[in-house]
Design a protein around this ligand. Structure first.
Ligand SMILES: [Zn+2]
Ligand SMILES: [Zn+2]
Length: 610
């Protein structure tokens, strides 16, 4: 049956009545549905309204708070450095799941509408007191006596052979639970959920014990527990259940609900396992698994680590634990980031003072665990002389730690260090018919490799460097018949007739102005140069697309498209896939450039565009 249902999961129907949301095609304009409520509140603030308008204000505040509860739970769920050892499903959440759950907040709009209509039908609801202790008791009784069992049977029905393939498959199509999965269900299911939430809240109000605080706490508590069950991180200590055994039937745990997602014939309850006990659907493994997760830390050693750093304050907000959806699209500056800027600066200062290198994201490729670790430093700090030592210590510590725990390959990001595939990607972009290039940063690690490689190909390389000594050192590495292709130049003017510029050092608009019209600027400089010339083209930082069979990848690397990573990251992946033993920290072996490129293509990594 389990296998059966899983199969249906992937091919569920979407045309059943009340499957889709009425505002399915509105996109983000759906938030305009809050418009009438906002208008009414503004109207009353202008002094024209009456009591009913405070009710509207409460609905609005409540729905902002509900969104916040979900957001905070999402943040917690994505703080891998805090909870990696307590994760239930070890897979990452991929782009497909993020896209499917994109409009997880539809039910908040629905419930705001239902709440508004409840008021319009029963105006007496406007007169609720702030607090009524009897209401709390009444609300709990209604919840336990009606909502819980009703949800239980509704959920069991949703798993029947008729309703599952028409509706409930959608919720179960999310492979790795996440707080947003809690809201991910069909319109029909959320209409039913309105009844579940409505009985204790409106019921208490109709019985005369209603209060504003009861409304807020029940609804926010309800949301929190739904998110909590889907966090994919176990937080309740098992010792608590050992001390008070009864408690395990009163409140469920993330482990408990995660088992429902694994074995869909068990653990149907809303929040209280009591009802699964009553109707004999408790998963026998529930408490053992809970104990196992709480006592045994499953801290799997990654096979590969990409050691990155934060680019700047704006891009720091692109982290998956800030906004998951934003992180799943390439980074770009968005208006909503500006109000958060001061807080992020504060976080940066705290990180500078306190933080260690931390686990940022992960994915799996062919059974191997790949992690990105972040050095708690921002790009600009790399250019501060007094910060250099701190950064070097962090990088060194991270490398030592990785080595100690048994990481097979560690790759250092752009400002930390360059790697061979970086050069390969740039070199493969240069058209075959080019016979002359201009190269800056020419005696750097990567610049040297590019110069020597092109000289072998018979391309004349104008190497910009002030140091004749360093130039000669590189030139001598080329075979005698190729040395003539390497030419030292000391001014940008020398390249005023060359249309292929390879930039390895930051350059000013004035320096760019020497390039002839229709020049293409290839780049291996971080940060990239500002595209100042309208009549020229600019290459992006070298990057490659990860193989199609990458699993659990759900965030974009900085401005890169989905699945695309910087060449230094991709280089490490190739290294691991090939099982190479050699170290890439020293000078780049020019012979390796074609080898690493061919290996990358063979393993399914793709160049972006050539
Ligand atoms: Zn279910
Ligand atoms: Zn669920």
């Amino acid at each position: 049956m389990l296998v059966e249902e899983n199969r249906i999961c992937n091919s569920g129907k979407t045309d059943a009545p009340f499957f889709a949301w009425p505002w399915e095609n509105f996109g983000n304009y759906k938030y305009l549905l809050y418009g009438p409520l906002i208008a009414k509140v503004l109207y009353s603030m202008a002094g024209e309204g009456n009591k009913e308008d405070t009710w509207c204000l409460h609905i609005l505040i409540l729905f902002v708070l509900r969104g916040l509860v979900h957001q905070l739970c999402s943040t917690y769920s994505n703080l891998l450095f805090l909870n990696r050892t307590r994760r239930l499903n070890q897979q990452g959440i991929n782009f497909n799941q993020i896209d499917a759950e994109w409009h997880w907040d539809n039910f908040l709009i629905l419930q705001a509408i239902v709440a508004s209509f409840s008021y319009l039908c029963f105006p007496s609801l406007a007169n609720l007191p702030i607090w009524d202790i009897r209401g709390t008791v009444c609300c709990l009784i209604l919840h336990m006596g009606i909502s819980e069992p009703l949800y239980y049977w509704m959920h069991r029905l949703l798993h029947s052979n008729i309703l599952f393939p028409s509706y409930h498959w959608l919720h179960h199509s999310s492979k790795v639970p996440h707080p947003f999965t809690a809201g991910h269900a069909t319109f029909l299911e959320h209409l039913l959920l309105c009844v579940i939430v409505g009985i204790p809240t409106l019921g208490t109000a109709f019985l005369g014990y209603g209060s504003i605080s009861m409304m807020y706490s029940y609804v926010l508590g309800f949301d929190f527990l739904r998110c909590f069950g889907h966090t994919n991180v176990e937080v309740i200590p098992h010792s608590l259940f050992e001390a008070i055994p009864l408690l395990k039937y009163i409140i469920y745990t993330p482990t408990y609900h995660s088992l429902h997602h694994v074995d869909t014939r068990t653990n149907f309850c809303l929040f209280m396992p009591l009802y699964d006990l009553l109707w004999k659907t408790i998963n026998a493994n529930s408490w053992d698994l809970h104990k196992q997760i709480c006592t045994k830390t499953n801290d799997r050693v990654p096979d590969f680590v990409f050691l990155a750093h934060v680019v700047d304050v704006m891009s720091a907000m692109h982290a998956p634990f800030v906004f998951r959806s934003f992180s799943s699209i390439p980074f770009g500056i968005k208006p909503f980031l500006f109000p958060m800027w001061p807080y992020t600066v504060l976080v940066m200062l705290i990180m500078w003072a306190k933080s260690k290198t931390f686990l940022f994201s992960f994915y799996n490729l062919r059974g191997r665990l790949h992690q990105t670790w972040v050095v708690p430093r921002f790009g600009f700090q790399y250019f501060l002389p007094f910060a250099a030592e701190g950064i070097n210590n962090h990088i060194e510590d991270a490398i030592l730690t990785a080595d100690k725990i048994g990481v097979k390959v560690i790759s250092l990001a752009a400002l930390n260090k360059n790697e061979g595939l970086n050069g390969a990607v740039i070199l493969k972009e240069i058209p075959q018919d080019v016979d002359e290039v201009f190269l800056t940063g020419a005696t750097s690690k990567l610049g040297r490799a590019i110069a020597l490689y092109l000289a072998r190909r018979g391309v004349k390389v104008l190497m910009l460097t002030q140091s004749t000594e360093r130039f000669i050192k590189v030139q001598k590495e080329a075979s005698v018949d190729r040395q003539k292709f390497l030419v030292q130049v000391t001014k940008y003017q020398a390249a005023k007739n060359c249309k292929t510029w390879i930039i390895g050092k930051w350059m000013t608009p004035r320096e760019q102005s020497w390039a002839p019209s229709r020049t293409h600027f290839h780049q291996f400089v971080v940060p990239p140069i500002i595209p100042f010339r309208r009549d020229c083209t600019y290459g992006k930082l070298a990057a490659m697309k990860l193989p199609e069979d990458v699993e659990g990848l759900g965030s974009c690397e900085y401005t890169m498209e989905r699945g695309v990573v910087h060449a230094c990251h991709a280089g490490g992946v190739v290294h691991l896939l090939e099982g190479w033993e050699h170290n890439e920290v020293g000078a780049i072996n020019v012979d390796q450039i074609d080898v690493v490129w061919d290996a990358a293509l063979r393993h399914g990594l793709k160049p972006l565009q050539i």
